[in-house]
Design a protein around this ligand. Structure first.
Ligand code: KG4
Ligand code: ZN
Length: 355
């Protein structure tokens, strides 16, 4: 078997990341490098990602990050078999920087260019670390997406539930902003929650009792805004809000995971212990990880979490999806246009603001 080496470029949001993933001649997969440059310092004063600043920051460092990824992988540019880059969904400016850079490299090196759906990267990234068979259930919880998708097999994805308003990472970031915590909000909320009382405040759990696998988080944010309004933001208050918020999120996730598992079992006609992969930035949250693991035996399922570095945005997941596509000979033409909106299940209807 010939070695295959794919370069993966991720620039869809606020991380510039480039990685080299190799499949060796025995079929084993290796992450040879995975350089991640976060733009936290660029955006932190604004409390969120500023698209124009993100594009500028990507274009300033994409070449040096790429050189570093190649150097760390211990290879030469001409040992690459294909260049993969996130083609969407995401912020258009960043997607343009990544795909134009990838196409240029591919045409100079005379190797294929492969455009990757960022969500497919998250969906498959677990395979870089764990042996897992299809089908499995994916719970994707990131800054831009929150959905349940059945990963039937490579390229066959069926979404069974999604947020109808904010993404979960967005809810963390907005709550953090209300509490004057830093950006990105998720890790800050997690830190404060450790010293807070999770039962101090009761927040709403929108659509938790509806018989579907959908989520809604915008009402939760409004309720927190009312609770915070006019209060002194002491450390104790911020900790109690953070802990109560996280507990509310876990209650919502548990209820919806239960439904999604039922749905998955109906689809797969199996009562076996099923695998649920939790991916995306919010999957880095240790309290959420632990709470989900605690319900494994009750729900007859097994949760798999990519390691921290593979949960948040990274080039390795793009290189790996690129490898799968390379082997299936699914290449893109150089006139590929980035897609700011690009659902993983292309048949799924757009739900945001539908109610
Ligand atoms: O997957 P990701 O890196 O980028 C997107 O594709 O959106 O996810 C970023 C999101 C942000 O909203 C961030 O606040 C959240 O993931 N996040 C966390 C944690 N670490 C990152 N949320 C909760 N707890 C964390 N430890
Ligand atoms: Zn992501």
């Amino acid at each position: 078997m010939k070695k295959i080496r794919i370069l993966g470029i991720e620039t869809s949001c606020d991380e510039t990341s480039v990685s080299v993933v190799e499949k060796d001649n025995r079929g084993k997969i290796w992450i040879l490098s995975n350089i991640v440059r976060s733009q936290i310092d660029v955006h932190k004063d604004f409390g969120g990602v500023v698209p124009e600043l993100a594009s500028r920051a990507h274009s300033e460092i994409i070449d040096t990050v790429t050189k570093k990824a190649i150097k760390q992988a211990g290879i030469d540019f001409n040992q690459l078999d294909a260049i993969a880059a996130t083609g969407g969904p995401g912020l258009l400016g960043g997607l343009i920087v990544g795909t134009v850079f990838a196409k240029t490299m591919a045409s100079v090196l005379k190797i294929p260019f492969i455009a990757i759906n960022h969500l497919e990267g998250h969906a498959l990234s677990v395979q870089l670390e764990s042996e897992i068979n299809f089908p499995y259930l994916l719970l994707l919880v990131s800054g831009g997406h929150t959905e349940f998708t059945i990963i039937k097999k490579f390229k066959k994805y069926k979404r069974i539930g999604t947020t109808i308003d904010d993404a979960l990472g967005e809810a963390f970031d907005k709550t953090a902003r209300l509490l004057n915590l830093g950006y990105p909000g998720g890790p800050e909320i997690e830190k404060y929650a450790k010293n807070g009382n999770p039962n101090k405040f009761e927040f709403p759990k929108p659509i938790i009792n509806e018989n579907n696998c959908d989520f809604s988080f915008s009402g939760l944010k409004s309720s927190i805004a009312q609770t915070v309004s006019g209060q002194r933001l002491t450390k104790k208050f911020k900790s109690d809000i953070s802990a109560s918020f996280q507990k509310t999120i876990v209650d919502i996730l548990e209820a919806k995971v239960k439904r999604a598992i039922q749905n998955f079992k109906t689809y797969s006609k199996s009562k076996k212990n099923i695998h649920v992969v939790v991916a995306g930035g919010v999957a880095a949250n240790k309290y959420i990880r632990k709470s989900l693991i605690d319900i494994e035996s009750r729900e007859n399922c097994h949760f798999l979490f990519p390691s921290m570095k593979l949960c948040t945005d990274n080039g390795a997941m793009i290189a790996y999806a690129g490898l799968m596509r390379y082997e299936a000979k699914l290449f893109n033409k150089l006139n590929f246009k980035p897609k700011p909106r690009w659902p993983l299940d292309e048949k799924a209807i757009f739900m945001k603001g539908k109610r």
